[in-house]
Ligand binder design. Structure first.
Ligand SMILES: Cc1cc2nc3c(=O)[nH]c(=O)nc-3n(C[C@H](O)[C@H](O)[C@H](O)COP(=O)(O)OP(=O)(O)OC[C@H]3O[C@@H](n4cnc5c(N)ncnc54)[C@H](O)[C@@H]3O)c2cc1C
Length: 419
């Protein structure tokens, strides 16, 4: 397959594009594979890519029930950061950040990773103290973070209201400059192309409908495109985790599925060149290269598998935006959508062998799994290839919920919708 470069672009532009091939093949399923990855979202595709690249395991199929990118990987608001408090999370997300920093080169695909910074706002002195504590933890772990005063924030984003009469006055913020955004579809397409080039079969419109068992051991799956056997079956289906695990006879998971909505406004002239999050509620916004404000907020607050949301959150999110940026009051919302998030009980993920022999599980990404895409696939591939976790994902076990060893970055307890 042709390398993408400025030279190949020019050559094809002037020659009628004879070299352009589809970015990945559309093969028929083989009867068996070494590894099946269920779920063609970011995490499933990156797992397949790193299985092939890092471990030389190429007899792999990714099974996707719809088309690539139809799940949360194509629905998220693209924020990437590693500014977590707890050491397990900082180490893991910082590894992800380092993979992001070289991802376009690694995949030979422009994922438009833009390190424009992510700023978390504080609205009370106590909240600023809390951000300072988090910033110190981040800096001590080797990642970057810096506190900003209100005047600096105003210089960075002139549209923000820092006046004393603001509904929620701003006392400062914690900035991670290496954080930013990436083009979510490109991430899915880049990993798909990279995996396909190494021999991985990507099977779209191939829904897993059941698991084939030999005693306890999982030895394959039944799908809408027939039965497929495998030595190892990996599950990376995000919001559908409960449903898919149920097909394997596991009816209780420490996961709840919730809808998260997102919004995009009409295009505006350059207004905001960083990502900013509100501290008094759940709201965050960035501006896309096309000029639209891309923003979102809280979960809808009830369990659901529907990829669409309800009106109360529309009102809440938009009122939070106006509390920060009153000048946006007359901007029109272009569209909104929803995705189903796999909310874990402590807000941290699960990347593990099991829970059945022959099975591997990747889930619990809540509404923060896009930024984890590279490290998640990298660690999951290691876990599948070696039958044991990498030290980076060793803390993210399934049985931590039985043992009470939660990794609760926000410190809000076992209430999934609060993470
Ligand atoms: C509105 C919204 C905003 C978000 N914003 C951010 C953000 O700014 N930053 C961030 O880091 N994270 C964000 N997230 C979270 C992030 O998108 C997810 O955590 C992450 O994408 C989940 O992993 P994935 O990409 O593998 O999931 P998905 O793309 O959902 O992949 C799972 C795939 O499994 C497939 N599947 C399900 N069941 C089956 C089956 N039976 N057989 C075969 N295939 C199946 C699905 O079709 C789907 O394609 C956001 C999420 C949403 C919904």
């Amino acid at each position: 397959m042709a390398e993408y470069s400025v030279f190949s672009l020019l050559r094809n532009a002037f020659s009628g594009s004879p070299d352009w091939k589809p970015a990945w093949r559309k093969p028929d399923p083989k009867p068996s594979y070494d590894v099946i990855v269920i779920g063609g979202g970011g995490h499933g595709l990156s797992t397949a890519y790193y299985l092939a690249k890092e471990h030389g395991i190429t007899n792999v199929a990714v099974l996707e029930k719809g088309y690539l990118g139809s799940g949360n990987v194509g629905r998220n608001t693209t924020a990437v950061r590693s500014n977590y408090l707890l050491p397990e999370n900082i180490r893991f997300y910082e590894h992800s950040m380092k993979l992001w920093e070289n991802l376009s080169h690694d995949l030979n695909y422009n994922v438009m990773f833009s390190q424009r910074g992510v700023l978390n706002l504080a609205h009370t002195p106590a909240q600023l103290d809390d951000l300072a504590r988090r910033g110190n933890a981040i800096v001590h772990s080797g990642a970057d973070s810096v506190l900003m005063a209100p005047a600096e924030i105003k210089r960075l984003m002139p549209g923000i209201d820092i006046s004393g009469t603001a509904r929620f006055p701003i006392t400062g913020g914690l900035m991670q400059w290496r954080a930013g955004t990436a083009r979510h579809d490109a991430v899915a397409w880049g990993y798909a192309r990279g995996a396909d080039r190494r021999g991985v079969d990507i099977l779209e419109n191939c829904e897993v409908t059941g698991f084939i068992r030999d005693g306890d051991r999982v030895v394959g799956v039944t799908t809408t495109r027939g039965e497929i056997r495998a030595k190892k079956v990996a599950v990376a289906v995000a919001g559908s985790t409960g449903h898919v695990m149920n097909l394997a006879g596991i009816d209780r998971m420490p996961i709840e599925s919730h809808v998260l909505q997102a919004f995009v406004s009409e295009s505006l002239k350059p207004f905001l060149d960083t990502v900013v999050t509100f501290g008094m509620g759940h709201f965050y916004v960035s501006q896309s290269d096309k000029g639209g404000l891309v923003y979102g907020g809280d979960l809808d607050g009830y369990n659901s598998y529907a990829q669409r949301g309800n009106l109360p959150i529309v009102e809440e999110v938009n009122s939070e935006m106006l509390a920060l940026f009153p000048s946006l009051a007359r901007v029109r919302v272009l569209r909104s959508w929803g995705g189903v998030c796999d909310m874990s009980m402590d807000g941290s993920p699960i990347i593990t062998t099991g829970p059945l022999p022959g099975m591997y599980l990747n889930c619990g990404w809540c509404y923060g799994g896009f930024k984890a895409t590279p490290a998640s696939g990298w660690c999951f591939a290691h876990t599948i290839a070696r039958d044991e976790p990498h030290e980076l994902n060793a803390p993210f076990t399934l049985d931590r919920f039985h043992r009470g060893i939660l990794i609760d970055d926000k410190g809000v307890g076992s209430t999934p919708r609060l993470h």
